[in-house]
Design a binder for this molecule. Structure first.
Ligand code: AMP
Length: 266
């Protein structure tokens, strides 16, 4: 992503402080202290917001590109809105400009003592780098993994698929005494009731944990799956929760097998 895209964003959102915090192939993410329509002093003093901007892609025909940007931005905003309505932790949607590919949302997370934002990935790396093995396998880590699993279980029970579950797309909110995980980045999200789609979602997370936190991955993944199962026994899902869970986990085993075969074939 080039300076050109950053200055275009600045033109679209004039006179607003923008700090780039991430640049991906699909979008640039900015942090700002400015709320799009409220000048309440509380917001001025306490809050940071996130602006996700999808710049035009020069390699696409401009009309098709405009349509894709609009569809993806609307899809992501709708997904976040639905999650919030269901009480599944994610950033609150503040405003969006579909034609220009802009979503304004709540900033989640806090800075860890090493200055990095509290994604699950950064937090686990922080604990690992501190070099104290018992911190990495503590009840706090167990509880966070369990809560993450539970969050994903609730997402899947609503027939919602994240599409890119990695430990970077899970942000820890609250404080070090009581972390609450939340989901971010719904650029690849979709709606599906298929066990296959849910199993692939879980498999992607399992692979992300294995590649980024290899030493304790087995433990973390088993805690995640315990939490995932627990969501299915919540009383609102009593009728069908257990059957859905069994079906998804059976599929997950098949997806893992396919993954292993593929990696053996290179
Ligand atoms: P995304 O393109 O949505 O994956 O965002 C890229 C990065 O920006 C993430 O890995 C986070 O570090 C950060 N980010 C995105 N949305 C938020 C948010 N609502 N609160 C805090 N950080 C965020």
């Amino acid at each position: 992503m080039s300076e050109k895209h950053i200055s275009r964003a600045q033109q679209l959102i004039p006179a607003i402080d923008l700090k780039v915090i991430s640049q991906g192939a699909e979008a640039i993410v900015f942090q700002t202290k400015t709320h799009p329509y409220s000048s309440h002093p509380y917001l001025k003093n306490h809050s940071q917001f996130i602006i996700k901007y999808r710049p035009p892609k020069p390699y696409r025909h401009s009309k098709i590109d405009a349509q894709i940007t609009k569809t993806r931005t609307a899809g992501e905003a709708k997904f976040m809105y639905k999650l919030s309505k269901l009480g599944i932790a994610c950033p609150a949607l503040i405003s969006c400009d579909l034609n220009n590919g802009i979503i304004w949302m709540e900033n989640l997370g806090i800075d860890l003592p090493n200055g990095n934002v509290s994604s699950v990935k950064n937090w686990l790396w922080y604990l690992e780098n501190e070099g104290r093995e018992d911190d990495c396998t503590s009840d706090t880590v167990k509880e966070v993994c369990y809560k993450v699993g539970q969050l994903i279980g609730r997402l899947h029970l609503a027939d919602m698929i994240h599409g890119d579950l990695t430990t970077s797309n899970l942000i820890l909110t609250g404080s070090q005494d009581l972390w609450e995980p939340a989901l971010i980045d719904f650029g690849l999200s979709s709606f599906s009731g298929l066990a296959e789609d849910k199993a692939v979602d879980l498999y992607v997370l399992e692979r992300s944990v294995t590649s980024t936190h290899s030493v304790f991955a087995k433990l973390y993944n088993s805690w995640l799956l315990d939490g995932y199962e627990s969501a299915h026994s919540l009383k609102e899902y009593k009728k069908f929760g257990k059957a859905k869970h069994t079906e998804t986990i059976k599929r997950l085993e098949e997806v893992r097998l396919r993954g292993r075969k593929r990696s053996m074939l290179g």
